[in-house]
Structure formats: structure tokens, C-alpha cells
Design a protein around this ligand. Structure first.
Ligand code: HSE
Length: 438
């Protein structure tokens, strides 16, 4: 690549502004590391006035991003507008125009990644997306390059800062989900429409990408089992804490001999695990390699300059790798394309887990014996059990159980049988547990 590298930036919002700042403020450092002058030469944003305020006078500004991707003087396009429609059209056009592309767009990669990676390869350009997962944490590079000598066995992470902030507030300040969400919105940690975050979709997008680079499987968003945190009751956060656990929205993917599991759901994690103590909007990802063992990556999963740090890392990677013959570059998904193979995807009913269960029952003689006999009939043991009086009605009790590992299908049968007992008052609350120690 020539000595002066021109970057065309689409979207001058939070991450776009951060990318401008990183390239500007660290220009000297970046030149020392690359030998090149790297700067944003062009910006596209519908809000031209905003763009004028952020960038220098010599930066060319477009209101139409398609004009930017067609500009012959640009070397690398950075897409930071999000979404999966216009952004996809822009990325496709940029690639077809022979430009390298950097994106922070997890939904775009999770849904159209297969097509875009193949298109980039056939056009001999690089598509890079480090900032799409866990913001400033270089987790894709760590898995793809730092752990390249390992067979990755599993990945488990807190990869959505909004929900981690909400869960932290629910635990530390005993807030309800709704109050914690409102607070997160007021502080700018949650979007006005928080659906993607609180329903686990954002974490599932990111998990899809991590599973692909970890196991060499196609990117397949539809394969993820997703449960968010919107129906989580702070009472369970309190009970979990009494039993030595924290509840986190974990994104988990495990590679078995014959299948892969991908799931996002609220999870009880033993409080002694480091990841259980990741609080506020921070992210953390645990990666288990078969040789290195568990490794942990922690940092800001969102935010202007933190996410821009990953965007700029991708830009520099492209500058360093673009001169290399495409066959010899680091494969974008970590595996040579001909070795990316689909694996059977485990249905959530087939997943083995320990469980936290909360059942509200009328306190009749012999109740515990009836519950334990249902577990015994299915040969499942109970690891812990506590009973709490329900404040509103002293005749009712909350029974909290921790089970030994059990296949989800059997767990659901046990739950159905207990829910049919005449003493049962409500739907049983079921939350999966991950010990994260194997
Ligand atoms: N909404 C995301 C989060 C932003 O809360 O983590 C970063 O992808």
C-alpha cells in the first residue's frame, strides 16, 4: 500500500468520532508502527453539519455514502452505520470496487458474514470486523492468532455491556429490571429501543462470530438459542447470591466431538470465578484452548475510543497484510476457507447443565418428599436446597434447588411433573448454571 493511506469513514457517530480521534491523536505512533501516514480523507454521514464539526477542513464530506465507496482515491472503507440493509449494500459495493473494508457491525457479519467473506476473498480484498465483538477487547485476534496453536474447546463471555450494567444494578442496589433499564437509558448505556440488548440478540450476533473463528464452522446466527434478561426477577439474583452465585447474561459456545452448542441466556456463575466479578458495562470473554487451558480477556465492550481502538487495529492489520498474497494472509475467519465445515448444532433440549430452580408452593406436610421423589424417579440428584417464606403469604414458601448436571429435556420433564403437584402456585423459574471450571 502507498505511503499515504486514505480512509473513507461511513458514519461519524460515537465510534466514527472515536476512530477519527484515534487516527488523529495517535498519528505519530501509528506511523512508527506502520511506516505509513494513515488518515481519514473522506467521511459520509447524513448529518453533514455534524461531520464538519468532527473532522478537519481538508476531509471531503459526502451526505451520500455510495459516492464515498465509489471514490477511487480511498484505500480502506470503514463502515460504522450499523443495520443490515444499507450497510450491506455499501459493503458489497466497496468490496466490488476493490476496497478493503473494516466494520464494527455485528449484525451484518452475523447475518451476512458468509456471503461477505466469500465476496471479499473473490475480490482479493480484506474484510475485517474486530470491533464487532466485545468493543475494545481484541478477542477475534486473540483466538485467531494468539491461540492459533490450540483446538478451542469452549468460549463463554459477557459480551453485552448494557445487560451487564443492568444486572449489576439489580444485584448491587436491589433494583427491579425496569428501574435498572431506565437508569441505563438515562446514563446512555442502553438504546432508546433496548430490545436487541435486553433480549440477548446483540450477544447472539457476537457469539455467532466467536463460534466461527473458534471452531472453523460457518457463521450461522439462526443456530443460537437465545433468552434475554427482561423477565429476570431480582429475587432470583438475591437467592443466587445467598447460594454463592452471580447471575450474568452469558454467551456460551462449546465444541463437542460431533456437535456445537451456541446459547445466550441468564446464567448462574460461581462468585469465585473472575468473570462473575465483571461489573457495570464491562465485557469479559473466557476462551478455553486444549493446550493453554482457560484464558480470560477483559475490557470495555463499547464506547467511542475503546471500540475505535479495534477499528484502527483492523485498519493497521489491513495495511500490513494487503501486500501479502491473499493465500498467505491470516484467514479472516481463522481457518482456511476450504477447511470451514458445518457441524451438527445441538438443540437446547440436548444441552447438559446444572440448574437453579425456584418454585412457589403451599407449605403442606410431605411437600419436600414429593419434590425429591420426582427427581429420584429421573435419577437426578439435588445438590442444594433452601426454603424461604414468601412475604405476601406466609402459607407459601419459595423452594430453591440446585441440581446436578442433567440434560435439558429431562429437566423440563421434572419441572412439568412438579408444576402438576397440587401445592404448586406458579410457573417454576429455571436458570442454567455454568461452573466454567472444565
Ligand atoms: N449495545 C452493545 C452493548 C454495544 O451493550 O454491549 C456494543 O456492541
Amino acid at each position: 500500500m502507498k505511503n499515504k493511506v486514505n480512509i473513507g469513514l461511513i458514519g461519524i457517530g460515537t465510534v466514527g468520532g472515536g476512530t477519527y480521534k484515534v487516527l488523529h491523536d495517535n498519528a505519530e505512533e501509528i506511523t512508527r508502527k506502520t511506516g505509513k501516514q494513515v488518515s481519514i480523507s473522506h467521511v459520509a454521514d447524513m448529518n453533514v453539519e455534524l461531520a464538519k464539526k468532527v473532522v478537519s477542513d481538508d476531509t471531503k464530506i459526502f451526505s451520500d455514502a455510495f459516492q464515498l465507496v465509489d471514490d477511487d482515491t480511498i484505500d480502506i472503507i470503514v463502515e460504522l452505520i450499523g443495520g443490515t440493509t444499507v450497510s450491506k449494500d455499501l459493503v458489497v459495493r466497496a468490496i466490488k470496487n476493490g476496497k478493503h473494508v473494516v466494520t464494527a457491525n455485528k449484525a451484518l457479519i452475523a447475518i451476512h458474514g458468509e456471503e461477505l467473506v466469500a465476496l471479499a476473498k473473490s475480490n482479493n480484498v480484506i474484510l475485517a470486523f474486530e470491533a464487532s465483538v466485545a468493543g475494545g477487547i481484541p478477542i477475534i485476534k486473540a483466538i485467531r492468532e494468539g491461540l492459533v496453536g490450540n483446538k478451542i474447546e469452549w468460549v463463554a463471555g459477557i459480551i453485552n455491556g448494557t445487560t451487564n450494567y443492568i444486572l449489576t444494578e439489580m444485584r448491587e442496589n436491589r433494583l427491579s429490571f425496569q428501574t435498572a433499564l431506565k437508569q441505563a437509558q438515562e446514563l446512555g448505556f442502553a438504546e432508546a429501543d433496548p430490545t436487541f440488548d435486553i433480549e440477548g440478540i446483540d450477544a447472539a450476533h457476537k457469539l455467532t462470530i466467536l463460534a466461527s473463528v473458534s471452531f472453523g464452522i460457518p457463521i450461522n446466527f439462526d443456530a443460537v438459542y437465545i433468552e434475554g434478561i427482561s423477565s429476570l426477577d431480582s429475587i432470583d439474583i438475591g437467592y443466587a447470591e445467598e447460594l454463592g452465585y452471580r447471575i450474568k447474561l452469558l454467551a456460551i459456545t462449546k465444541c463437542h466431538e460431533d456437535a456445537v452448542e451456541l446459547r445466550v441466556h441468564p446464567t448462574l456463575v460461581p462468585e469465585k470465578r473472575l468473570v462473575a466479578n465483571v461489573n457495570g458495562p464491562m465485557n469479559a470473554v473466557l476462551v478455553k484452548g486444549n493446550m493453554v487451558g482457560p484464558t480470560l480477556y477483559y475490557g470495555a465492550g463499547a464506547g467511542s475510543e475503546a471500540t475505535a481502538s479495534s477499528v484502527v487495529a483492523d485498519i493497521i492489520d489491513i495495511i500490513r497484510q494487503s501486500e501479502i498474497n491473499s493465500e498467505e494472509r491470516v484467514p479472516v475467519l481463522g481457518f482456511k476457507p476450504e477447511h470451514i465445515k458445518p457441524k451438527r448444532l445441538l438443540n437446547i433440549n440436548e444441552v447438559i447443565s446444572e440448574y437453579y430452580l425456584r418454585m412457589t408452593m403451599s407449605n403442606m406436610t410431605g411437600l419436600l418428599a414429593r419434590i425429591t421423589s420426582i427427581f429420584a424417579k429421573h435419577s437426578i440428584s439435588i445438590d442444594a436446597m433452601t426454603q424461604k417464606e414468601v412475604e405476601e403469604n406466609a402459607k407459601d414458601v419459595d423452594i430453591i434447588l440446585i441440581t446436578s448436571p442433567v440434560i435439558e429435556e429431562v429437566m423440563n420433564k421434572i419441572i412439568n411433573e412438579i408444576e402438576s403437584l397440587p401445592e404448586n402456585k406458579n410457573k417454576i423459574i429455571k436458570i442454567r448454571i455454568e461452573s466454567l471450571n472444565k
